[in-house]
Design a protein around this ligand. Structure first.
Ligand SMILES: C[S@@+](CC[C@H](N)C(=O)[O-])C[C@H]1O[C@@H](n2cnc3c(N)ncnc32)[C@H](O)[C@@H]1O
Length: 198
């Protein structure tokens, strides 16, 4: 039942440092595209004053997220996973911050559009959106390995691909989010933080 994505064990430490810096000290964090649910459990265990709301657009992910949640005994601070397809109308929900790792490049562009529009509606003023993953900067890959990864993604699905951060940022701005910080991460990934305008 529990899925294991090996990359989550490698990237969770550096991502945690970003989350510690930018997430509010308490409140509800909506995780978009939780996948296996491993990030949800680990971040919740390390951030003791936050409530985590995992979600995914693929209903088949939800049992794995729920299994990790039960296994870790964190039920009080991890809510049951939500079926949230960011391209469909979002259910009514409250979130003080939003985190999304590794979805933007492994989904059609409409998912990034839906994520930004939804974040702009759900986040309170000053609420942050944290994205993690590979991005192009000024139309260029940041490393040859990212160019190879991009070609592989596009071969698997022509609607997928490593996105240009400027284009993602333009959507964020249209949705009422201001860019706050871009942080270089291991393995040529970035964390990017936006903040909802007051
Ligand atoms: C590569 S996995 C990343 C999972 C996890 N965040 C991680 O970093 O390990 C990509 C996830 O994006 C989800 N996804 C793709 N399109 C989506 C959409 N439109 N709405 C919500 N989730 C979506 C997939 O179901 C999948 O779980």
């Amino acid at each position: 039942m529990k899925r294991h994505y090996p990359a989550t064990s490698r990237n969770r430490g550096p991502i945690l440092e970003v989350l510690r810096q930018f997430l509010p000290p308490e409140g509800v964090v909506l995780e978009v595209a939780s996948g296996s649910g491993e990030h949800a459990c680990w971040f919740t265990s390390q951030l003791p004053n936050l409530i985590w709301q995992p979600s995914d657009g693929d209903a088949d992910c939800l049992p794995s997220i729920e299994a990790w949640r039960q296994d870790q005994g964190l039920n009080a601070r991890i809510r049951p996973p939500l079926h949230l397809d960011v391209t469909a109308p979002w259910p009514a929900l409250h979130a003080d911050a939003i985190f999304c790792a590794n979805m933007v490049h492994i989904s059609p562009w409409a998912a990034t559009q839906g994520l930004m529009i939804g974040a702009g509606k759900v986040l309170p003023p000053q609420g942050v959106l944290v994205l993690y993953g590979p991005f192009m900067l000024n139309g260029r890959h940041t490393a040859p390995s990212n160019a190879d990864f991009d070609a592989d993604l596009r071969a698997r699905n022509p609607h997928w691909g490593v996105r240009d951060l400027e284009a993602v940022g333009a959507l964020a701005s249209e949705a009422g989010l201001d860019h706050l910080e871009t942080i270089a991460m291991p393995a040529n990934n970035l964390s990017v933080v936006w903040r909802k305008r007051p």
